[in-house]
Design a protein around this ligand. Structure first.
Ligand code: ZN
Length: 418
């Protein structure tokens, strides 16, 4: 099994050797760490939202046509730039769904995702979608055990398919991606991308960490070289098998990627891909105002709830932004500081997402500032001495048994009247 080496020296050596073999000059300075495109990518990127393609491959997903329309409209209102749909070749239902969603008149561009073959392409161009995402495996494993094609055959069939689509619809947006890019050899990848690039048919290239094996530094190197070599827009698709999907997507943008694949709650094959809410959180902290201008952040929670309900799961408590624990503060040292200035322990403002923070006081870690805040909410005025005693009483009680907020309120009322 081959992995792209993330050793920079070896990486540079491999690339140099590749271009010598191809009798081509190196198109950029391999030793340079700077990437003229990355500053733009972090602000001027597009989300390719694939809940209705990758997400449909989640083990618990079974979307009806009306579910798909509802989800597509919600994603469109949120403001994602692209919505990707399951291939119309999968069934008569997915074909109908492609037609129906393409005709909704959404602001988001509608894409469908197909294998690299003419039969898929013929059906896809007929659906009225704005763009077609084509994928084909280039790793040894996928070439031997999936489609059985050599690298030469991949280039040949891709050229035919891309040429057919471009001729059938000159205005359609075309993306060509390798699959399992990070277990493909670097020279195979570069051969495929450069040959396809020479045809001048595609709008952007895709890189897919199909099995979630890539590290951020590997993603950075591959995106950077592809961006600099082809000057094309780059789309990144990252699986989350080792928990790196958000970091890898962010790093892809830093390296010059322009399009990132997400699904709501990260649903997809196995444990899924980059979650929409996670990517939004990651990019929000970089520039909250820019993300607020781009997306309707107040609807993120309801979109996650909608998709969670459709696939029959709870939103996990630790999900970025939308998890139930995301804005709850417990320890006395935290609540004290947050009550004075929320930025002390919050890098994301819940109110920007239409959410509220929670101050937990029904536990032994609580402190007098949090209790004082509760008194204030209840309109009670406790002296500093009473506040200390009341806090201690609540801590002692919470240590020995579960207490409710109502129980705490009763104690505070009693203290205020004593
Ligand atoms: Zn995938």
């Amino acid at each position: 099994m081959k992995n792209i080496a993330f050793d920079r020296v070896k990486f540079a050596f491999d690339i140099e050797r590749f271009f010598i073999c191809m009798s081509q000059p190196l198109p950029f300075d391999l030793t340079s760490d700077t990437n003229p495109t990355n500053a733009m990518s972090l602000h001027d990127f597009s989300i390719v939202e694939t809940t209705l393609r990758e997400g449909e491959q989640f083990c618990k997903a079974r979307f009806s046509s009306s579910d798909k329309v509802e989800i597509a409209k919600a994603l469109d209102s949120f403001g994602v730039e692209y919505i990707e749909l399951t291939s119309p070749r999968v069934s008569i239902y997915s074909r109908k769904d492609c037609h129906q969603i393409a005709e909704l008149g959404l602001k988001s561009k509608v894409l469908t995702h197909i294998r690299c073959n003419l039969e898929d392409a013929k059906v896809a161009v007929d659906t009225g979608v704005d763009g077609i995402n084509i994928v084909i495996g280039t790793s040894d494993l996928l070439r031997y055990f999936s489609h059985g094609k050599s690298i030469e055959e991949i280039i040949e069939i891709a050229s035919k398919v891309l040429g057919f689509i471009r001729q059938a619809n000159p205005r359609i947006e075309l993306r060509f991606s390798t699959e399992d890019s990070f277990r493909s050899s670097l020279s195979d990848l570069l051969r495929v991308y450069l040959e396809i690039d020479r045809l001048g048919l595609v709008d952007r290239f895709g890189i897919a960490d199909t099995v979630g094996i890539a590290t951020p530094s590997q993603v950075f190197e591959l995106v950077k070289i592809l961006r600099q070599t082809t000057q094309k827009d780059i789309e990144f698709h990252g699986h989350n098998d080792t928990g790196c999907a958000i970091a890898n997507s962010y790093t892809a943008l830093e390296a010059g990627a322009t399009h990132i694949n997400t699904t709501v709650l990260g649903i997809g094959e196995r444990n899924g891909i980059t979650p929409l809410e996670g990517l939004v959180a990651r990019l929000y902290v970089l520039n909250p105002e820019a993300i607020e201008r781009k997306y309707a952040l107040g609807s993120l929670g309801s979109i996650c709830k909608l998709v969670a309900d459709k696939v029959g799961v709870e939103i996990p408590f630790d999900r970025c932004i939308v998890g139930s624990a995301s804005f709850s503060h417990k320890a006395g040292i935290h609540t004290k500081a947050v009550l004075k200035n929320s930025r002390t322990y919050e890098i994301i403002a819940p109110e920007d997402f239409g959410l509220e923070r929670t101050m937990l006081i029904d536990h032994p870690l609580t402190g007098k500032y949090a209790i004082s805040h509760r008194c204030h909410q209840l309109g009670l005025n406790l002296s500093p001495d009473k506040l200390v005693v009341a806090t201690q009483k609540i801590k002692d009680l919470a240590y020995t048994r579960q207490i409710s907020l109502e129980g705490i309120d009763r104690i505070l009322v009693e203290f205020s009247q004593s």
